[in-house]
Design a protein around this ligand. Structure first.
Ligand code: NAD
Ligand code: DAU
Length: 332
C-alpha cells in the first residue's frame, strides 16, 4: 500500500504519519506538504527514508498533485489552513488551500481512480448551546461560522459532489479538537503551556465558558486508519472521544499541572463570532467500524503534552515570538 499524506508535516498529519509508520510497517508513505508556517520537517524527522518520502509542493499546483496522486494507491488529505484566528485576519489562504486545493486533489483522484480520505472538522456544523443535550452527528446540517470552518465545509461539499457525480471512491471524517505533541503554538493548549514556560500569563478569550470536545491526536489517527481500511465509500464518520471541557476548566488544569495559581490567568478580548460549544457523537464509527479511543484520560494526556513541550523547547521556540506578535496585533 502506497499512501500520499497531504499536510503530513503539520500537527495531525505528522502524528498520523508516525502512527502508520508504527502500525503498518509494510506501507510506504509519501508526505506532500508546502511547508507553510505550520509545516515543519522536524515533525517527521528520524523516519526511515526507504519508507517515508517527502514532496515539497502546494496542493493547488495541478501538475505536482497530478504526478503525486498518479504514483500512490490512496490519498489522505490533511493539508489545510487550520487556524480560526488567522482566518479572521486574512481569509484568502483558506479559500485557496482549503477549497481550490481540495478541488485539485479531487480532480486528480478522479483522473487516476484512486481512493481518497478527506479530513475535516466538527466546526462545519456550527455550534451548540451549552445545555443542548444533542451532539453533532453525520446528519447535522452544515452551519459554519468562520472563514476557516466555511472553507472546510465547502471542501466537504466538493468531496460529496465528486462522489455522487463522478463516482470518486472517497470517505470523509469530521473530528473534534485535537491535542498532543507537534501542535503549533498558535493553538490554545500549546499557547498556554509555552506562555507559562516563557514566564507569560495564560490568555483566556472572553469568559472561558466555551466548550471544546478534546481528543488526543493518536485517537484521531486510529479513527482515520479504521475508516481508510473499513469505511464505506461515500460515507462520513465523526471522530470524537467524549472529551467535552470548558476552556476555563482546561486553563485551570494547565495551571494546576504546571504548579501556578490563578494570578497567571489573564482574560483577553474574545474571538469575533466565537463558537460556543462543539460535541461529537462518534457512535457510527464505534458501532459500524469497531473503533475505540485509547487516550481517554484528559488529565494524563495533558500532563504528557506539557512534558513534551517542556522537553522540546528547541522545537517551539522559533515559532513563539512571531505567533505572539500576531496575537498582540489582534489584542488577544
Ligand atoms: P496544521 O496547520 O498544523 O498543518 C497543516 C499542514 O498543511 C502544514 O504542514 C502545512 O504546511 C500544510 N499545508 C497548508 N497549506 C498547504 C498547501 N496549500 N499545500 C500543501 N500543504 C499545505 O493543521 P492541523 O491542525 O494538523 O490540521 C490538519 C487537518 O485536520 C486540517 O484539514 C484541519 O482542518 C483538520 N482538523 C484539525 C483539528 C484540530 O484540532 N487541529 C480538528 C479536526 C480537523
Ligand atoms: O473543532 C476542531 C477545530 O479545533 C479544528 O478544525 C481547528 O483546526 C482547530 O484549530 C480547533 O479550532 P478552535 O478554534 O476550537 O481551536 P483553538 O485552539 O484556536 O481554540 C480553542 C478554544 O480556546 C476556543 O474556544 C478559543 C479559545 N482560545 C484560543 C486561544 C488560541 C483561548 O481562550 N485563548 C487562546 O489563546
Amino acid at each position: 500500500m502506497k499512501i500520499l499524506v497531504t499536510g503530513g508535516a503539520g500537527f495531525i498529519g505528522s502524528n498520523f504519519v508516525r502512527h502508520i509508520y508504527r502500525e503498518r510497517p509494510d506501507w510506504h508513505i509519501t508526505v506532500f506538504d508546502a511547508l507553510t508556517y505550520a509545516g515543519n520537517l522536524e515533525n517527521i524527522a528520524g523516519l526511515d527514508e526507504s519508507r517515508v518520502a517527502f514532496i515539497h509542493a502546494n496542493i493547488c499546483d495541478e501538475a505536482a498533485i497530478d504526478a503525486a496522486v498518479a504514483d500512490c494507491d490512496a490519498v489522505i488529505h490533511f493539508a489545510a489552513e487550520s487556524h480560526n484566528d488567522n482566518s479572521l485576519h486574512n481569509p484568502y489562504p483558506f479559500i485557496e488551500t482549503n477549497i481550490l486545493g481540495t478541488f485539485r486533489i479531487l480532480e486528480a483522484v478522479r483522473k487516476y481512480n484512486k481512493r481518497l480520505h478527506h479530513i475535516s472538522t466538527d466546526e462545519v456544523y456550527g455550534d451548540l448551546e451549552l445545555d443542548d443535550p444533542a451532539k453533532f452527528t453525520p446528519d447535522t446540517p452544515y452551519n459554519p461560522s468562520s472563514p476557516y470552518s466555511s472553507s472546510k465545509a465547502a471542501s466537504d461539499l466538493l468531496v460529496r459532489a465528486w462522489v455522487r457525480s463522478f463516482g470518486v471512491q472517497a470517505t470523509l471524517s469530521n473530528c473534534s479538537n485535537n491535542y498532543g505533541p507537534y501542535q503549533h503554538v498558535e493553538k490554545v493548549i500549546p499557547r498556554q503551556i509555552t506562555n507559562l514556560l516563557s514566564g507569560q500569563k495564560l490568555k483566556l478569550y472572553g469568559s472561558g465558558q466555551n466548550v471544546r470536545d478534546w481528543i488526543h491526536t493518536e485517537d484521531h489517527s486510529s479513527g482515520v486508519l479504521a475508516i481508510l481500511e473499513r469505511g464505506v465509500m461515500g460515507e462520513t464518520y465523526l471522530i470524537g472521544s467524549d472529551g467535552e471541557k470548558s476552556n476555563l476548566e482546561v486553563f485551570k488544569l494547565i495551571l494546576e499541572l504546571m504548579g501556578k495559581d490563578e494570578s497567571w490567568l489573564e482574560h483577553v478580548n474574545d474571538r469575533p463570532g466565537h463558537d460556543l460549544r462543539y460535541a461529537i457523537d462518534a457512535s457510527k464509527l464505534r458501532t459500524e467500524l469497531g473503533w475505540q479511543p485509547t487516550y481517554t484520560d484528559f488529565r494524563e494526556g495533558l500532563q504528557a503534552t506539557i512534558d513534551w513541550y517542556t522537553q522540546n523547547q528547541a522545537w517551539w521556540q522559533p515559532q513563539k515570538d512571531e505567533t505572539e506578535a500576531k496575537y498582540k496585533e489582534l489584542g488577544r
